[in-house]
Design a binder for this molecule. Structure first.
Ligand code: XMP
Length: 506
């Protein structure tokens, strides 16, 4: 495996994804808490950072632990760090170097630049620059303004690069990473979804033996893939619980439950609609609604879990981005909305936790799901928030409003599907606004509610752009909703991006 030591760069996870895309396993660890470097580690990458090596409180890592022993690649801050503390000098650039640049010099036959043509475009993003390197360092690539765009410590497998190979604007970045990982570190590109499935199932068998596991299914990709992996490992000893909180999409509970049964999962569907509606009654503050839903979910789940005799484990679909111990360089980011994963581990359940996906990124979870032959109807599904329609009905929740929104949402989503745009959109849904407006239907005046349609493009939900859906499609959806959903006489479309808006309205 490859270790990536994180100094807090926004690009660290992207480096890891690029390494994984080359079918090589890697792990991210904070620079100040690195794991032991044993035989399984084939090389180390030092990430970028918002810090400067010139700052008094620069982030320190003794790279000599690795240098000369294993291949080492410093990216941006990582490169500046080894240049500065290896006897060279890093200074503030006279201008911020940000954006595209071209490598007008590449040292011939340097293994890091194998198959990379001169003038290759790279992506720069730095405020500091390496002004001077020590005598035992050698420049192996330059751009017009950045002389030390890449260096090697002579006679060793330690490299530093000022640009960001993980960003797609660095056209040959993937080749560079491949050169480092395969040719220099000697990694085999054998970390594939199939091999993951095989080794994970074997490991789960070993770990769980004849123990019983309970797992809450949500209908989403992660919990479904986690359940299928566990099912392959322990079969009927996996007890899945799928709760109908009354806040799912139209017919979702029935159809997803059917798919789960079809996949052979031992799953119990629990109708807890009324418990959720009761708990939500009178609440209109979004955070109070979220908390109420989280609390009731735990109660319902706990009641069900107690019915499984001698259960020892709680299965969860936690994925890698949730567990990476992030390097918080600017203090914890402000809580904008309360914790996203409704549920979590209730203290009183005292179960051990098994998380078969906690080394995977989202796209890898989908690839593993495909390798497990899980239905596209589950794998290709848009993300859907745990509190469901409760945070898409602004204000107080009533079963009547849920029913109205379910109808409008179903018309919307079905139209996206039939127009062939569902898979191009990252997430879409309808929002019920607590606003009434005047309309006219036939000869009658109406005074009814507004539904807003939202569709966004995104990679990970952290940032998002609103989708430019075709006008004709929007017109058709609006027409169908107004003509068919009683209680709605106006449809609007949300054209806000995130930031500054968020994807959900609450
Ligand atoms: P926002 O609204 O913060 O949403 O831009 C980003 C992504 O997170 C989902 N989301 C949630 N998921 N529980 C969840 O499980 C929540 O409380 C929650 N709030 C937002 C949202 O649907 C989007 O995919």
């Amino acid at each position: 495996k490859i270790l990536i030591l994180d100094f807090g760069s926004q690009f660290t996870q992207l480096i890891a994804r690029r390494v994984r895309e080359l079918n090589i396993y890697c792990e991210i660890h904070p620079f100040n808490n690195p794991p032991a470097i044993d035989d399984s580690v084939k090389g180390v990458i030092l990430s970028g950072s918002p810090y400067s090596v010139r700052q008094e409180d620069a982030l320190h890592y003794d790279y000599k632990n690795v240098h000369g022993k294993l291949p080492l690649l410093g990216v941006c801050y990582g490169a500046q760090y080894m240049a500065h503390f290896g006897g060279g000098e890093v200074m503030a650039s006279s201008t911020r170097e940000y954006g595209r640049a071209n490598l007008d010099y590449i040292k011939k036959d340097n293994p890091l630049f194998k198959l990379i043509p001169e003038n290759s475009q790279v992506w720069m993003s730095h405020a500091d620059t390496i002004a001077r390197i020590a005598d035992d360092y050698e420049v192996i690539a330059s751009t017009e303004t950045v002389k030390v765009a890449a260096y090697q410590i002579k006679g060793t497998q330690t490299y530093g690069i000022q640009f960001h190979p993980e960003v797609t604007h660095s056209i040959d970045g993937k080749q560079l990473l491949q050169n480092f990982l395969v040719d220099i570190c000697g990694c085999h590109q054998d970390w594939t979804p199939d091999s993951f499935v095989e080794t994970t199932i074997a490991a789960l068998k070993e770990k769980l033996g004849d123990d019983k596991v309970v797992l809450g299914l949500s209908g989403g990709v992660d919990s479904s893939v986690a359940a299928v992996l566990l099912h392959h490992a322990i079969g009927k000893n996996l007890y899945c619980i799928f709760v109908d909180n009354g806040l799912l999409r139209k017919n979702e509970f029935e159809s997803v439950l059917e798919s789960y049964k079809h996949m052979g999962l031992n799953v119990k569907g629990v109708d807890a609609k009324q418990r959720f509606y009761d708990a939500l009654s009178g609440l209109s503050d979004p955070e109070k609604k979220r908390k109420a839903i989280g609390r009731v979910f735990i109660e319902v789940f706990d009641d069900e879990a107690h019915q499984v005799q001698d259960v020892k484990w709680l299965g969860q679909g936690t994925i890698y981005p949730d567990v990476i111990e992030s390097v918080s360089v600017k203090g914890p980011s402000a809580t904008i909305k309360s914790h996203h994963n409704v549920g979590g581990l209730p203290d009183f359940m005292k179960l051990k936790v098994v998380e078969p996906l906690n080394t995977l990124f989202k796209d890898e979870v989908r690839r593993v799901g495909k390798a497990l032959q899980i239905d596209d109807n589950i794998l290709g599904r848009h993300p859907f928030p745990g509190p469901g329609l409760a945070i898409r009905i602004l204000g107080e929740i009533t079963p009547e409003k849920v029913a109205i929104l379910q109808e409008a949402d179903a018309i919307y989503i079905n139209n996206l599907r039939s127009a062939g745009v569902y898979d191009k959109v990252w997430q879409a849904g309808a929002i019920y606004l607590p606003v009434q407006s005047v309309g006219v239907m036939g000869d009658e005046r109406t005074y009814e509610n507004v539904v807003c349609l939202r569709a966004v493009e995104s990679l990970d939900g952290m940032t998002a752009d609103w989708c430019h859906l075709p006008y004709d499609l929007l017109a058709k959806i609006s027409n169908e909703i107004i003509n068919n959903v009683k209680g709605i006489n106006r449809v609007v479309y949300d054209i806000s991006s995130k930031p500054p808006a968020t994807i959900e309205w609450e």
